[in-house]
Every structure is written in structure tokens, then in C-alpha cells.
Design a protein around this ligand. Structure first.
Ligand code: PRX
Length: 635
């Protein structure tokens, strides 16, 4: 039996037992038999959740791009590695073979080398979903530079914060991006960000929307001429298994975004292994994950996991609604997609448009459907199952996080019987635990608690860039010897897990993590605002939307509330990005606070959710009278 490819439920249980009884020998065998190493490791695993310090395959040498590209050249040189599907359906799709990918990554790597980028340097990539994004990610990995991809929907301010946090030396961007019927001038956002980024020496600019942009002499270079002049051959840098591969920022409940650091060897092994099994990818399949490479889903399951398996992976530049809400299904039919992986928020938005747009397209190629990013509600699950998968394609509801690098709790397609809204069973090697508020592990089934992981897995983030203490405090201090996920979960009678949502002050809106504190800080910067509190409330399409309670410095009718609402959302768009805009803003004379001055978000959450029947105990409040007023004026 091959432990690399699991096909049945009994096999899953058997391999799972092996992986938790003897994790080191289990992962050693997987790593040894299915990947290309320049030198083997001295030790498979060292870990201490207290320090915390975790290493996998210590002492091993490799380059992840040799695993993603070079090793396929002999047998898959002419196979399509990446299908690029442009925003505009009238523009032809591009098929990039493994050999072409090899050449293009080498050229890009040589351009970076010529710019003076060396192993360990940080490279910020701020690009739309065009081939240069995947290629620049791989080019960084080829030369050992640490990529930090920033989603191209973030504002100049958010971009600058991320560039400065990890002192990036170079920014890779484009003149602009297409998004449905709109274009966005990315280069001018970069220019604005760079007024305050002293570490950046140069900017490489890809041409996409053919617009005039400002090019700063001695700093900005058009990418294409440099690529044209570069050699398509080049050696891959030999990396240590524990050398950082990338930094990816994720929101915390407080403070600035956390630069999660992923390293090379363990991340490669785990993302490749999960990809193969969760989606049951077979050699001739075409796989499509609709995420953006700016998020972890794109890193692990558009780029590294699929390419490591020699897969054909689709990169889609557009949006689900352009030119109409049938675009996803048109692309599935056009490229004969076999595995399709998207977010519940997209499913809900498409379901709202009716089944006619689905039925117009031939979806018979689909074998496996996936979802990720937030809990999927039962209605959306069934809509996906009935109309897209025609009840023949299993839905893999994959739970994981930026911090976990790869999928953690999930069905294995065709092996694990699915259950609507359940992420089902831990993946191979993953040891979940549910804890109560006192930190005691809850045994048995039909229970719920805080979701923790008891044992390291190969792709766990190793630190937060520049702030190991925060890494320790956020993930390893809540419960002793446990990685704390920040999520709540329940375990049903057969041991299936259902993720119930965040238990901290992170709110997931349309699958994007948003911390409340950074948004509140932004609102409080408005000169008229005294104080604010943000909570989530259920939203039909986004899963959650944001509700802001805002108190003003001067009360009364002196300011137009509608104007203020617009200004507040404008400020949020500038400082963070449009994804963090508030759906509702209620102006109030006060916020409910405990005697120690803490805002009682529990009450605000209930009011925002229109669930005011049982607000719980309000007697401990410093100012119980404001609750009445807030309820009376709730939006
Ligand atoms: O709350 C969980 C939710 O998304 C969080 C992680 O967000 P992020 O780091 O942006 O990564 C998203 C893509 C992996 C988790 O803590 N989440 C993710 N997947 C699911 C989910 N909630 C429920 N079900 C899921 N399948």
C-alpha cells in the first residue's frame, strides 16, 4: 500500500493511525519517496510548543522549484503546468507548459539576481492574477529570496505597512489590473506606498492594462525588456529545509498584521501531500482553485501543492460576476476542469443568481468540489452539491489557516463520506483537540470547544516575522502544549468536526480575515470620532458583515450622519482596503462597558444580529442605560 495516495476510508484510518503513532517515520517515508532532496535531513522533527520551536527535516538541502518544475521536465515537459484564463473571455487563455515555466522562472530569477536580490532578501509582490505572479513567486524561491505577496486589493497604506514590516528590497507590480469591467492603477498605489518605504531600492513593472504610468528614474524598470534579455537557464539556490520560503500577512485581532513565516521542506511535503489526497488529483486532470495567490490558499493550492505534483493548475484573473454570473461555469466547461475549489461566499453569491446560469454550461468534467475560508451554511452546501456537482462530485470542506500552511481538517474525496457543513476528519498527521475555557481537553464525542492542535505538522508557520514573542503569545500561550487556532468547533457522534467560527475578535467577511482593532483604530482617526466598536453580523452572501458602533466627539445634529458614514468608509478603504468597509454604522452616545472599561462586545454582537431577546447579564455594566438607547436605534 502506498501511503502517498489514499483511496478508501479504511486506508485513511490505517494511514492516519500510522501518522500519529509514529509521526517521524511516517513523514520521513513520505518525504524520502516523493520529493527531490539535494541532501537528506539529520533529524525529521524537533519541537517544543513552549519556546516555541519547531523544525522539520533539519539539515536537509533542497530547492522547492526543482520539485515543482525541474523534476517534471523529463516526463512532463510538454504538459501544461498553468492555464491562465484572462479577465476578458474574448482574450485567449494561455497554456504554459512545464518546460516554458522552467524557462520563464529562470529568466525572472536572473532578472532578480541582476537587481542584486540574494538569498534571504525579502521581495514584495503586488500583482494581479497574471502569470507573472506565479512566476515571480517561483523565481524568488529559485534564488532563495523570501517572497511576501500582498493581495492587490490592499490600499497603499496597507501595502507600505507590509513592505516596511519585513524591509523588502524590491517590489514587483504591474501598470494596473483588470477586475471585471473595471481597471485599477496598481502602479500609482505602489508609488503612494513607496513615499514611506526606505528599504525599497527598485520596482519591476509588468505591463497588463497598457496605461501610462509614472516611472521613477533609477528606481522603476519595465519588466519585459529585462526578461527578454535574461538567460532561460539558471541554477537553483540550495536551501536548507528550514530556510524561510515566504512571509504572508494575516490579520490579528489586535495590532498590525502578522507576517507568518513558512519554511521550505515541511511546507513542500505537506502541501503536496494534502493536494494529492484531498482532491484526488490524477495525472490528466485539470484543477482550478479560484482564490487569489495573494492569500494562503493560492500559495499552497494554486502554486506549490499542484506544481509539486506535476498538475495542471488554472489561474483566473477575473471575478465570478463578469461578464455575467455564469463565468465560473463557462471556465469549467472551457478547460474541462476536474477539481474546482472555491469559497462559500462565492457559492452564495452565485446561488442567488439562479440555476439557469449553471445549467447553460456543461459541467460533466467536474469530479471533486472544494470549499475553504469560512463555515459553509447548509443551504449553500446543498446548492453546490445539487447544481454544480449534480450529486456526483464529493464536496471537500477544507478547514485550515494561513498559519497552518496546508489543509488540516477535511474529507478525502471519495474516501470520507461527506456531511453538510462538516469539515469531517483530521487529515493524516493532524491531532486536533477541543478544550474548555479552563484549558481542559474535552474527551468523547458530541461535544464542542476551542479547537487546538496537539502535535506539530510539517507546514506549521515557524514564527511571526520579527516578533517571535507575538507568535508564542498568539498561538501557544492560551493552552499549554497546544497550538490554539482561534476557532471554535464541535465534534459529532462519529468524530466529525464542524467549525463554528472564530472565538476571538477576528471577523471573517467574504472569507477574508479582518481584525476588529485595526479597523477601530482607523475609524478613530476620523476627527469627529471619539470611540468605536466593530462586530460581525450574519450576512446572506458575505457570511458576516461589519457593524460599527461609533460615538462622536460632539453629539447632536451638527454633522450629517450620511456624510460621516461615507467618510468613515473612505478612510477604511484608504487605510486598509475596500474589503474592510462597514455595512452598517450606528452613531451612539456611548458604548456598553464593564467597570474596568472593557467594551462588552457580546451585547453589541447580539444587537447587530437582531437577537435582542436575551442580552445576558447587563448588571455589571458601568453604563447599562446606553444599551437601551443602542437597541432603540439599532439599524
Ligand atoms: O475561522 C477559520 C476560517 O478561516 C480562518 C483562517 O483564515 P485564513 O488564515 O485567511 O485562511 C483561509 C484559507 C485557508 C480559520 O481560522 N476557515 C477556513 N476554512 C474554513 C474556515 N471556517 C470554517 N470552515 C472552513 N472550511
Amino acid at each position: 500500500m502506498s501511503n502517498y495516495h489514499i483511496k478508501h476510508l479504511e486506508e485513511y484510518y490505517q494511514v492516519y493511525r500510522k501518522s500519529v503513532n509514529n509521526p517521524e517515520s511516517f513523514w520521513e517515508e513520505i518525504a524520502e519517496e516523493h520529493f527531490l532532496w539535494r541532501k537528506k535531513w539529520n533529524q525529521v522533527l524537533k519541537w517544543d510548543f513552549d519556546t516555541p520551536e519547531i523544525t522539520w527535516f533539519e539539515g536537509a538541502k533542497l530547492n522547492i522549484t526543482e520539485n515543482c518544475i525541474d523534476r517534471h521536465l523529463a516526463t512532463r515537459g510538454d504538459k501544461t503546468a498553468i492555464i491562465f484564463e484572462p479577465n476578458n473571455p474574448d482574450e485567449s487563455a494561455e497554456h504554459i507548459t512545464y518546460r516554458q515555466l522552467y524557462e520563464r522562472v529562470n529568466k525572472f530569477a536572473n532578472v532578480l539576481r541582476d537587481q542584486g536580490i540574494k538569498k534571504g532578501d525579502r521581495v514584495c509582490i503586488y500583482l494581479p492574477m497574471i502569470p507573472e505572479l506565479a512566476i515571480s513567486v517561483l523565481a524568488c524561491a529559485r534564488i532563495g529570496a523570501i517572497h511576501s505577496v500582498v493581495f492587490a486589493g490592499f490600499s497603499a497604506n496597507a501595502l507600505a505597512t507590509r513592505i516596511n514590516d519585513s524591509s523588502c528590497k524590491i517590489v514587483i507590480t504591474s501598470d494596473g489590473s483588470f477586475r471585471g469591467a473595471k481597471t485599477i492603477d496598481l502602479k500609482s498605489i505602489v508609488d503612494e506606498a513607496l513615499t514611506d518605504c526606505p528599504s525599497v531600492d527598485s520596482v519591476l513593472v509588468a505591463k497588463r492594462i497598457q496605461t501610462d504610468v509614472n516611472m521613477k528614474d533609477g528606481r522603476d524598470y519595465w519588466l519585459q525588456p529585462l526578461l527578454d534579455a535574461a538567460s532561460e537557464e539558471g541554477k537553483a539556490e540550495v536551501m536548507d529545509a528550514e530556510d524561510p520560503l515566504f512571509i504572508l500577512y494575516t490579520s490579528g485581532s489586535t495590532g498590525k498584521p502578522k507576517g507568518m513565516v513558512h519554511t521550505t521542506g515541511g511546507y513542500m511535503v505537506y502541501t503536496a501531500y494534502t493536494f494529492k489526497n484531498v482532491f484526488q488529483y490524477r495525472e490528466e486532470d485539470v484543477y482550478w482553485c479560484t482564490a487569489d495567490i495573494g492569500w494562503i490558499t493560492g500559495h499552497s493550492y494554486i502554486v506549490y501543492g499542484p506544481l509539486c505534483n506535476g498538475a495542471t493548475t488554472v489561474m483566473f484573473e477575473g471575478v465570478p460576476s463578469y461578464p455575467d454570473f455564469g463565468r465560473f461555469w463557462e471556465v469549467v466547461a472551457k478547460h474541462n476542469v476536474n477539481q474546482f475549489y472555491t469559497a462559500p461566499t462565492a457559492i452564495r453569491a452565485l446561488a442567488k443568481e439562479g440555476v439557469e446560469l449553471v445549467e447553460k454550461h456543461d459541467l460533466s468534467s467536474l469530479k471533486v468540489l472544494g470549499t475553504v475560508g469560512e463555515p459553509i451554511n447548509e443551504e449553500a452546501w446543498h446548492w453546490y452539491d445539487d447544481n454544480v456537482g449534480k450529486r456526483k462530485a464529493p464536496i471537500v470542506d477544507t478547514w485550515w489557516q494561513t498559519e497552518t500552511g496546508g489543509i488540516m481538517i477535511t474529507p478525502i474525496a471519495f474516501a470520507t463520506p461527506t456531511k453538510p457543513t462538516y469539515a469531517t476528519l483530521p487529515f493524516i498527521g493532524i491531532q486536533p483537540a477541543l478544550l474548555d475555557e479552563n484549558g481542559t481537553e474535552i474527551q468523547g464525542n458530541q461535544v464542542d470547544g476551542r479547537l487546538c492542535i496537539k502535535f506539530p505538522w510539517p507546514s506549521i508557520a515557524r514564527t511571526i516575522w520579527g516578533n517571535h514573542q507575538r507568535y508564542k503569545d498568539t498561538y501557544f500561550s492560551a493552552y499549554k502544549n497546544m497550538y490554539f487556532t482561534g476557532d471554535g468547533a464541535l465534534r459529532d457522534e462519529v468524530g466529525y468536526y464542524r467549525i463554528t467560527g472564530r472565538v476571538d475578535d477576528v471577523i471573517i467577511v467574504s472569507g477574508h480575515n479582518l481584525g476588529t482593532a485595526p479597523i477601530e483604530d482607523t475609524i478613530n482617526e476620523h476627527p469627529a470620532v471619539a470611540e468605536s466598536a466593530i462586530v460581525g453580523f450574519p450576512h446572506d452572501i458575505k457570511g458576516n458583515a461589519l457593524y460599527g458602533y461609533v460615538t462622536l466627539k460632539e453629539t447632536g445634529e451638527s454633522r450629517n450622519h450620511d456624510n460621516l458614514r461615507t467618510e468613515i468608509n473612505q478612510l477604511i478603504t484608504e487605510q486598509i482596503g475596500p474589503i474592510a468597509k462597514l455595512d452598517k454604522i450606528q452613531f451612539t452616545d456611548g458604548l456598553p462597558k464593564t467597570r474596568s472599561g472593557k467594551i462588552m462586545r457580546r451585547i453589541l454582537r447580539k444587537i447587530a444580529s437582531n437577537d435582542m431577546s436575551n442580552l445576558g447579564d447587563t448588571s455589571t455594566l458601568l453604563n447599562p442605560e446606553v444599551v437601551e438607547a443602542i437597541m432603540d436605534n439599532a439599524l
